[in-house]
Design a protein around this ligand. Structure first.
Ligand code: HSE
Length: 404
């Protein structure tokens, strides 16, 4: 029998218990032994719940118990999760976690400890919820150089953008819905400001580069400035606005960004709606591929965590996960990265068109029938540096969205 302890009985923690109980027979068959939840650590009591007898409040009880072989960290946040995970590994226990903040900040160190001690530190659920993406990148695609990963990596914001697009729904109302469904982070600014997606793309970038991609180095912009007017322009151009988290190889450098982008109908990410996530991966041998599925929510996320528990249980004394160095990778300067820009501007087209063409070169003008005091234009591909230098001359610009 393999004894495990679950740290945190919130949305994901209760999902882990549910997945193990629902699929117990087949999970045990796959492990080759019975998986048994010995403890659940939480500050709260759960009187009358079927797990009442498993609840403990003191982590020392878990770390000191030699019977516990796998610790499942689903508390979220950096502390006390970091301390508990590190101490669990140092005490000889493998760890499965869904905690992207922890993996993005301390992944290199925790993976190194796990490797040194022939344990497993597994984190499939930290990116893309239930979608298998970590293990494919770390194992199946190791024959490739990955040239690009572009993902819709945050379920909450994709849900919000979908509702705003299809139902002209109000921003605050759809955020509340996403929270009620258990998609949003405890502090939803982590979703809408792009910080959650930033940590996820930092993890994927670290895996494909083998070096630490520091999430603090990634330019991050959320969806808070996106309005129904922007969505109206997107519709007029047969496009949608999606919060994309991307890392791309440019020569010998890697550039990474999190920002809302206009995505055209031809791109595979255009059709990703609601809470679904998708990760577009381009390998130099594989070509294009896409990983798609439920990116947030109790059972999808718990499914990925339980997959990691099974993997750890099947590999005692043998570290299976690829690691990355603690040396920081220097990312390409954002000013040097190139793309098209969608720009909204106050005023009349006839008044500004010539001056805009002088500064930006060729532009495509977009006008909406119901907007008489503004228009929009899309530039040709140019560097971010050149865009911002050119845009300085036009204080009438009221919005800019990057085009994928
Ligand atoms: N708040 C996250 C999301 C949860 O909306 O995607 C999954 O990481």
């Amino acid at each position: 029998m393999i004894k495990i302890a679950v740290l945190g009985y919130g949305t994901v923690g209760s999902g882990v218990v549910e997945v193990i109980h629902t699929n117990q027979e087949v999970i045990n068959q796959r492990v080759g032994e019975e998986l048994d939840i010995k403890y659940i650590l939480d500050l709260r009591e759960f009187p009358g719940s079927p797990v009442e007898h498993l609840i403990v409040h003191d982590f020392e009880q878990i770390v000191d118990d030699e019977e516990v072989k796998i610790v499942v960290e689903v508390m979220g946040g950096i502390e006390p999760a970091y301390t508990f995970v590190k101490r669990s590994l140092l005490a000889g226990k493998s760890v499965a976690t869904s905690n992207k903040a922890l993996v993005a900040k301390h992944g290199a160190e925790l993976l190194a400890i796990a490797k040194e001690k022939n344990l497993n530190f597994l984190y499939e659920a930290s990116v893309g919820g239930g979608i298998p993406i970590i293990r494919p990148l770390a194992t199946s695609l190791t024959g490739d150089i990955i040239d690009e990963i572009t993902g819709i990596l945050n379920g909450t914001t994709n849900y919000m953008m979908s509702k705003m697009y299809h139902e002209d729904a109000d921003y605050d109302a759809v955020l509340k819905e996403a929270q009620a469904m258990g998609y949003a982070e405890r502090d939803p600014s982590a979703d809408v400001e792009g910080h959650d997606a930033c940590r996820k793309i930092a993890i994927l970038s670290s895996i494909i580069s083998g070096k630490l991609v520091d999430f603090e180095d990634i330019y991050t912009e959320g969806i808070t400035k996106i309005t129904l007017d922007d969505i109206q322009y997107a519709k007029a151009m047969n496009m949608k606005i999606k919060l994309l988290a991307s890392c791309k190889r440019d020569g010998d450098k890697l550039c990474a960004i999190v920002a809302p982008h206009l995505v055209s109908k031809e791109h595979p990410l255009y059709n990703i709606e609601d809470v679904f996530n998708a990760i577009f991966v381009k390998g130099n041998m594989l070509g294009d591929s896409m990983f798609y599925g439920s990116g947030a929510g109790k059972l999808p996320t718990a499914s990925a965590v339980v997959g990691d528990i099974v993997e750890a249980a099947k590999n005692p004394g043998h570290s299976v996960m690829a690691t990355w160095d603690a040396d920081k990778l220097e990312l390409e300067d954002k000013s040097d990265t190139t793309k098209k820009f969608f720009v909204r501007m106050k005023g009349a087209v006839s008044e500004w068109k010539e001056q805009l063409q002088e500064v930006f070169g060729r532009i495509d003008i977009v006008v909406l029938d119901n907007k008489h005091d503004e228009f929009a234009f899309v530039t040709e591909i140019m560097s971010e540096g050149s865009y911002f230098a050119a845009a300085k001359a036009f204080p009438q610009i009221c919005q800019m969205i990057r085009v994928k």
